[in-house]
Design a protein around this ligand. Structure first.
Ligand SMILES: Nc1ncnc2c1ncn2[C@@H]1O[C@H](COP(=O)(O)OP(=O)(O)OP(=O)(O)O)[C@@H](O)[C@H]1O
Length: 363
């Protein structure tokens, strides 16, 4: 295992006209389980291929434990990679497929057998170990690929590119927890690419969120949820995503339309955007700062909770309330934005928090 450092790494497929990955500096720490999360086309696969050596970056250096491997091909990097769709030796048995990476590196026969059986047991492959791979359905074949990626204990990292796409949804949960178990067992560095927030949040020690070729925030799942540093993280993580309200900061007061909703601290004056997750917007009758008067426009009954849709001026806001809280369209309500969970953004980047207005503050 190794710390994998990207130093100013950027990649362009069109001679520098656009960046698939913008120049980025980032270190993947040895032994951690990462999810690389972002929408389709944001550059996840490009980043992964740069780490594995399938792609040489247009700019920057890739270092494994301080050793520059930028020009070293995949074979020289000691990386295991699992792709979105199964890539197997179809005529080989499942056992031989799992054993292949170990035999290839001349591990002793006894170790090969022990390791293959461990991985097979963990992934539930024991009943098909003797079967030819091509006789398995694609979901099972992909599980064999996962096993093959995880079988070598000494790899620098295991890179998984949306590895559960072809696997039956019911099996996905089981496999993700198996992956975590194997991770605890082997201490591999895992980098798991996905566009699915649930997959990322339930799998990883640390989630690295990518948008438009740049890492916009990395952190533990709770940190990304509670403390988004970028508007994109607020939208992309959470369901529904973070509310964003355009506002204006002047004289220390943040206003939406003409209404003062809170204080902006020491931030320079000008336009700001208020971000607060539906889970933290409290709906009530009494004004409380920070907050804003609103009108309810609709209620979605979700079973375990309600989503109350409202407008502050013209701007929509969603609040998650307990089920059956009884709000009705057309009703006036006051939305309270808790100061420790309501952030201010400029150019999409968090720049502060919305503070309470002091007693007698401008209204
Ligand atoms: N071989 C290529 N040649 C030209 N452009 C490419 C190539 N591969 C990717 N791109 C472009 O680079 C950008 C990033 O693509 P990449 O596949 O890394 O994103 P991704 O986040 O993995 O997306 P997905 O989840 O859809 O696989 C996209 O705009 C894509 O169209």
């Amino acid at each position: 295992m190794a710390d994998i450092r990207l130093e100013g790494v950027g990649h362009s497929y069109d001679g520098g006209r656009t960046w698939a990955v913008r120049p980025t500096t980032w270190t993947w720490r040895s032994g951690r389980a990462y999810a690389l999360l972002g929408p389709s086309g944001c550059g996840k696969t490009t980043l992964l291929n740069i780490i594995s050596g399938l792609l040489t970056p247009t700019e920057g250096r890739v270092l494994f434990d301080g050793r520059d491997v930028t020009g070293v091909p995949t074979a020289g990097r000691n990386i295991a990679q699992v792709f979105q769709f199964p890539v197997l030796y179809e005529e080989m048995s499942v056992y031989d497929n799992l054993a292949f990476p170990l035999r290839n590196r001349r591990h002793p026969k006894k170790d090969v057998d022990r390791r293959v059986r461990e991985v097979s047991r963990l992934l539930g492959l024991d009943p098909v170990l003797g079967r030819r791979s091509r006789r398995l359905d694609p979901g099972r074949q992909q599980i064999v690929c996962l096993g093959r990626g995880l079988v070598r204990p000494e790899v620098a990292a295991v890179l998984l590119d949306e590895p559960l796409t072809v696997v039956d949804p019911a099996l996905k949960w089981t496999l993700r927890s198996k992956l975590k178990e194997i991770h605890r067992d082997t201490g591999h560095t895992l980098i798991y690419v996905t566009h699915d927030q649930t997959e990322a949040l339930t799998f990883a020690d640390e989630v690295v969120v990518v948008n438009e070729g740049a890492i916009v925030q990395a952190g533990e799942p709770a940190e990304l949820f509670l403390s988004p540093a970028h508007e994109f993280v607020g939208h992309f993580i959470g369901s529904p995503g973070m509310n964003v309200l355009p506002a204006e900061l002047a004289g220390g007061v943040v206003r939406v339309g003409g209404t003062a909703v809170g204080a902006g601290g020491e931030l320079p004056e000008g336009p700001v955007r208020i971000g607060v997750r539906p889970e933290f917007v409290a709906v009530g009758g009494a004004p409380a700062s920070p907050g804003a008067p609103a009108r309810v426009t609709g209620v979605d009954r979700m079973g375990a909770y309600d989503l109350v849709h409202a407008v502050v001026g013209d701007h929509p806001v969603i609040a998650r309330t307990e089920a059956g809280a009884g709000y009705a369209p057309g009703e006036a309500a006051f939305l309270h934005f808790p100061a420790d969970r309501t952030f201010l953004f400029r150019d999409q980047v968090r720049c502060g928090s919305l503070a309470p207005l002091s007693e007698g503050g401008a209204g």
